[in-house]
Design a binder for this molecule. Structure first.
Ligand SMILES: NC(=O)C1=CN([C@@H]2O[C@H](COP(=O)(O)OP(=O)(O)OC[C@H]3O[C@@H](n4cnc5c(N)ncnc54)[C@H](OP(=O)(O)O)[C@@H]3O)[C@@H](O)[C@H]2O)C=CC1
Ligand SMILES: CC(=O)N[C@@H](CCC(=O)OP(=O)(O)O)C(=O)O
Length: 347
């Protein structure tokens, strides 16, 4: 059994990890931390976990986590950075769901996250955790900086095109128009997440710059070795879970002469969690809700040279906790879908 610890067990991604790991056949929950709820049984806070999770919250300290094989950080930026070195040095593998180990350039990190990076050496050892593109590195990694939620939806939408040795699109003018449910903002109290603010409304945010922009560009460059430029606009939608990304690219001559639907189907043929839908499909967030799947559909409106790629994920699963468990499975040589076979909730 893999002994698992979670730092940040009271938040949305932490509790989603609990939901998934409670039924994982190879995982044993050893520690779940909270600063404010030490001693409280986890199932008292999350009745959905009654009779499945029988431990209590503990302090987010090394002492609580030292018997684990792997520790997930489901915490705000800056927390994993402060605590990972001690764990990694003790031979405990770390998967950070936050952004401390995603951006390789510390100046970029400081610019977008407003804090200096205190562990540049550890950052150098970290593997960027988009499992479909970095599986082999993740297997060996001691530390994974898991891909963000929007970056997962957008990179998986573009990967087959970007992976192609000869560019198929104009890689300098990609547009990703993305919509997220409110759980993307976390469980902490915030005015923008109030029912009366977010419901019956729909708005763009971070239009002039969002911290996922440099991450997406870095991720695309990691895949292709070429620099890509993207206009990324996130929106807040009045629903709880889900991300829908509509990504627009201009096909070049080579792209226009390629069967893009077949390219996607072949590229993802062996990916358990990626569903390339039949031509013309319209995936909705409900079709992935509660599951680790991503569904992708391709369109060429009016047969023109713009390709529209629609991708959907559950931000808390494939965008966070599910992808984290997928990475853990890869690290511990388990089939990647172990404990992750939940079908989406319907309706
Ligand atoms: N929500 C989403 O869709 C996604 C979130 N993420 C990332 O995952 C991380 C967690 O997000 P989310 O679950 O939404 O956040 P929440 O705000 O819901 O939860 C944050 C958790 O972190 C704990 N925490 C806060 N500060 C500290 C600290 N200084 N030391 C230890 N624990 C701390 C809190 O627990 P307590 O106060 O009880 O100690 C709480 O359990 C973030 O980095 C986020 O960016 C990534 C992808 C998607
Ligand atoms: C709706 C909403 O607010 N979404 C968050 C993104 C989710 C998140 O926490 O981002 P990471 O993937 O970087 O961890 C935001 O835009 O800041």
């Amino acid at each position: 059994m893999i002994k698992v610890g979670i730092v940040g067990g009271t938040g949305y991604t932490g509790s989603e990890l609990l939901r998934l790991l409670a039924l994982h056949p190879q995982a044993e929950l050893k520690a779940i931390t909270s600063r404010g709820e030490v001693g409280q049984p986890v199932a008292d806070m999350f009745p959905a976990l009654r009779k499945r999770v029988n431990i209590a919250f503990s302090e987010p300290t090394f002492e609580s986590l030292k018997d684990c094989d792997v520790v997930f950080f489901a915490t705000p930026h800056g927390v994993a950075m402060a605590q990972s070195a001690e764990l990694v040095n003790a031979g405990i593998r770390v998967i950070d769901l936050g952004a401390d180990f995603r951006l390789k350039n510390t100046t970029e990190f400081e610019k977008w996250y407003g804090m200096p990076h205190s562990e540049p050496e550890l950052l150098g050892q970290a593997c960027y955790g988009l499992v479909e593109s970095a599986r082999e590195e993740i297997k060996k990694a001691k530390l994974v900086g898991l891909a963000g939620c929007y970056p997962t939806a957008v990179q998986l939408a573009l990967k087959p095109l970007i992976s192609h040795a000869t560019p198929l699109i104009d890689e300098s003018s990609i547009v990703a128009d993305c919509k997220s449910g409110v759980s993307g903002a976390g469980r902490k109290a915030a005015v923008g997440s109030l029912f009366s603010e977010a419901s019956e409304s729909f708005k763009a945010y971070g239009v002039s710059g969002h911290r996922h922009l440099p991450e997406i560009e870095q991720g695309l460059e990691l895949i292709s070795g070429r620099k890509a430029q993207i206009t990324f606009t996130p929106h807040l939608v009045p629903m709880v879970r889900g991300i829908l990304a509509t990504t627009y690219v201009k096909l070049n001559e080579h792209g226009l002469n390629t069967d893009i639907q077949s390219l996607y189907e072949q590229h993802y043929a062996n990916e358990y969690f990626v569903d390339v839908m039949p031509k013309g499909s319209l995936p909705d967030t409900k079709s992935v809700r509660g599951s680790n799947f991503v569904r992708i559909a391709l369109h060429r409106p009016q047969g023109r040279d713009t390709l529209v790629i629609v991708s959907v994920i559950d931000n808390l699963v494939k965008g966070a906790a599910g992808q984290a468990v997928q990475a853990m499975n890869a690290m511990f040589d388990l089939p990647e879908h172990t404990g992750l076979e939940q079908l989406p909730l319907s309706p």
